[in-house]
Design a binder for this molecule. Structure first.
Ligand SMILES: NC(=O)C1=CN([C@@H]2O[C@H](COP(=O)(O)OP(=O)(O)OC[C@H]3O[C@@H](n4cnc5c(N)ncnc54)[C@H](OP(=O)(O)O)[C@@H]3O)[C@@H](O)[C@H]2O)C=CC1
Ligand SMILES: O=CC(=O)O
Length: 323
């Protein structure tokens, strides 16, 4: 049997790689830094399928170098790194991994909120520094009876809402449109501006789009309560990093907890990391063994279906999900 030619440009779990290798001849980028198009040009020339991660830009230049590609599979739900219009115009279906990472990412987003509010990470640093006896760790704040404002009340946002409600919090949210099931969610819709002024905790879970890019800037931080906690588990690009730095250093808001940053990764000497009122983790929203396995297997399934000319299980550009 002739094997499909596939290029893999990022990390992939062994289980998914094995499933792909049964049917495909695989060329895998081994370096930890993402490749440039020129570096891959020779491989892309013959590739029929592409398995990518969010770290690589799938743009006109890359697609032009890969004229035989007929499916792109990515092991993440967000696909802001991919020029979907360019893929659609070439009739290339793009697979992502919605659903399977919802609970893990919600755990991490709510975990950031709780850790920041209760200073858990600072307490651990304190203990390790031998300060337990002597100095007083700054007090945290309650979650109970506080209001959490979720910007991007989709699959993950709703899962965060459930966790917040279990902690006795009131939930308000903003989407571009109110949800028809908001009564069931026990969450009240607010305009973006109303949410910014009313929330004690703001959790961001929107996709990164031209509309949401930079939606949290100086004006938005100025509208928040000086006691507000800002949690971003969406994409770094929804926030103006300079404005966040200023809001935290000028104490316009109390605290930030970030799973995602712009730039990403943040250089170790970045000014944001020198602030006392911030917690940053390295984009680990979906990083559990079970979840990453489900994501990798779904992405592998999408890749193999696309290569066989069948519709993908989860496809971003459904208008070309046929053959
Ligand atoms: N940190 C991590 O590791 C992870 C991060 N993510 C990020 O989380 C995002 C959300 O994932 P998921 O919940 O599965 O996606 P969903 O599509 O289920 O939810 C996204 C929500 O955002 C809302 N939304 C879209 N644009 C805007 C906007 N401009 N302003 C306000 N709300 C908006 C949508 O509602 P409406 O259309 O009505 O506006 C929708 O309810 C992903 O796109 C990804 O970027 C996801 C997984 C892991
Ligand atoms: O950031 C992760 C994703 O799945 O999107």
């Amino acid at each position: 049997m002739n094997k499909y030619k596939v290029v893999i440009t990022g990390e992939i779990l062994p289980s998914a790689l094995a499933a792909i290798e049964e049917q495909c001849e695989v060329r895998k980028w081994q370096k930890t830094t993402p490749p440039r198009v020129e570096e891959l040009a020779e491989w892309l020339k013959d590739a029929e399928g592409l398995f990518v991660t969010g770290k690589i830009a799938v743009n006109e230049a890359l697609l032009a170098a890969a004229p035989k590609v007929r499916v792109i599979a990515q092991s993440s739900v967000g696909y802001d790194n991919i020029d979907i219009k360019a893929c659609t115009s070439r009739k290339i279906p793009v697979g992502n991994t919605p659903g399977v990472l919802v609970e893990a990412t919600a755990d991490l987003a709510f975990g950031l909120l709780l850790t920041a509010a209760r200073r858990i990470h600072e307490g651990w640093d304190w203990v390790r520094a031998g300060k337990w006896q002597g100095e007083q760790l700054p007090l945290g704040v309650d979650l109970y009876n506080k209001t959490v404002g979720i910007v991007g009340m989709g699959a993950i946002g709703s899962a965060v809402a459930r966790r917040a409600q279990a902690s006795g919090m009131k939930v308000i949210y903003n989407n571009r449109h109110p949800r028809p099931d908001q009564e069931q969610l026990k969450a009240e819709y607010r305009t973006f501006s109303e949410l910014l002024t009313a929330a004690d905790f703001i959790v961001v879970l929107t996709p990164l789009t031209p509309e949401s890019r930079g939606m949290f800037g100086a004006k938005e931080f100025a509208q928040m309560k000086p006691t507000a906690y800002f949690i971003n588990a969406a994409r770094g690009g929804v926030v103006d990093t300079q404005a966040l730095y200023k809001a935290l250093s000028d104490k316009l808001i109390a605290y930030a907890a970030l799973d995602v940053t712009d730039p990403e990764p943040l250089p170790a000497d970045h000014p944001l990391l020198k602030l006392p009122n911030i917690l940053v983790v390295p984009h680990i929203g979906s990083a559990t063994t079970e979840t990453r396995n489900r994501m990798a297997m779904l992405a592998a399934e999408n890749l193999l279906l696309g290569l066989a000319g069948k519709p993908l299980v989860t496809c971003v550009n459904s208008e070309v999900n046929y053959r």
